[in-house]
Write a protein that binds this ligand. Structure first.
Ligand SMILES: NC(=O)c1ccc[n+]([C@@H]2O[C@H](COP(=O)([O-])OP(=O)(O)OC[C@H]3O[C@@H](n4cnc5c(N)ncnc54)[C@H](O)[C@@H]3O)[C@@H](O)[C@H]2O)c1
Length: 329
């Protein structure tokens, strides 16, 4: 029997490549469509790669006709919040117009199952914790707004019988493949764990703590770090849910446990056996004190149960970063 093809848009990036690995382990053929602006050709190991931009509908249609995938997963886009304030037009072009171009191409090819990479940034400042899917969505940056707009479009496509989707709202993706084959590689890197590990490795001068006067257990911000393999597993479950006729739904992906910045530093120092130079600075505007997911819906609808806590996250990330030094920023 030949493997069922699944289109993985943005599959050369961090979360997409780990999902390709999970898809191939479960007997699917991940077909990567990527323009390689932030992704890496060497991360495409478990299926074919097709180079193209999501805004290029003709190219998309060519690839869809070639592989006839049963569903699409959409990871492609711009992800850096700070950049979204500097280049909002570019964010809307890629994240909103690009996604609409992809949705049109899929619809014209009669592909009606869609898994979308959304984010907890669509909630904005939390009014209560843990955040569940009923929490209002009031994004506070252009990045979060572009994701929220796509979620609304997907709601309308569902209403009109065009597309069923699972919108997965990730909290903080972290960690790497335990065998060290792929890992987190963003340029520039803005995520706390890779920055802290690179500091422990001596590749950065210091690690910044932005504010120690938050109303949290040690004064630093709390985030819900979710292992990328647990995210990948949820994506395979989401695609199977849709292939089995599941309804459109938005689902949080987080562990339900929060880690403070200081706890993160201690955990990394323990794994690495090296102290880390720290720079203490002011709070950053727009950083909420705590972001922690309720994952009850993911457990109920997808039967998902995240397997990895913060120690696995740091151990796997340490392995990746200490054996790999390809960062260009
Ligand atoms: N990393 C996180 O913590 C996190 C948290 C919440 C949500 N997300 C979302 O998950 C998705 C994947 O994030 P990631 O960390 O893997 O990012 P990434 O930058 O590693 O991967 C994005 C991929 O999309 C490709 N791409 C970008 N623009 C494209 C275009 N116009 N056409 C075709 N391909 C294009 C890139 O080359 C790259 O391979 C993003 O949509 C992001 O918003 C990430």
């Amino acid at each position: 029997m030949t493997a069922t093809p699944i289109l993985v848009v943005g599959g050369a990036g961090y979360i997409g490549s780990h999902t390709c690995l999970a898809l191939s382990e479960r007997g699917y053929l991940p077909v990567v469509y990527d323009n390689f602006t932030s992704g890496h050709p060497e991360f495409v190991k478990w299926g074919p790669a097709e180079q193209g931009d999501i805004r290029d509908k003709a190219r998309l249609k060519e690839v869809l006709a070639k592989y006839q995938p049963k569903a699409a997963m959409h990871f492609a886009g711009l992800i850096e919040v700070g950049q979204s304030f500097k280049e909002p037009e570019h964010f809307y072009d890629v994240n909103v117009s690009g996604t609409l171009s992809l949705l049109q191409a899929l619809s014209e090819a009669d592909i009606r199952n869609f898994v979308f990479s959304s984010t907890c940034a669509t909630y904005g400042a939390p009014e209560y914790l843990p955040l569940d899917e009923k929490h209002g969505q009031k994004p506070i940056n252009p990045y979060g707004r572009t994701k929220h707009i796509v979620e609304q479009a997907l709601g309308d496509l569902n209403l009109c019988g065009r597309m069923r989707s699972v919108m997965l709202r990730y909290f903080n993706a972290a960690g790497a493949d335990f065998e060290g084959r792929i890992g987190e590689w963003h340029s520039p890197e803005t995520h706390a764990i890779p920055l802290a590990i690179e500091t422990a490795l001596g590749r950065r001068e210091f690690f910044s703590i932005f504010g120690e006067d938050y109303d949290t257990r040690d004064g630093t911000c709390i985030r819900d770090y979710i292992h990328v393999n647990d995210l990948a597993d949820a994506h395979v479950r989401a695609v199977e849910y849709l292939l089995n006729g599941g309804e459109t739904i938005a689902i949080n992906l987080g562990t339900g446990n929060g880690t403070t910045v200081k706890e993160l530093i201690t955990a990394i120092e323990t794994v690495s056996g090296r102290p880390m130079p720290i720079k203490r600075t002011e709070r950053r505007p727009g950083d909420p004190p705590g972001l922690v997911a309720s994952n009850a819906l993911a457990r109920e609808v997808l039967g998902w149960d995240p397997k990895h806590g913060i120690d696995d996250i740091i151990r796997s990330a340490w392995k990746w970063h200490s054996t790999f030094n390809g960062h260009s920023d």
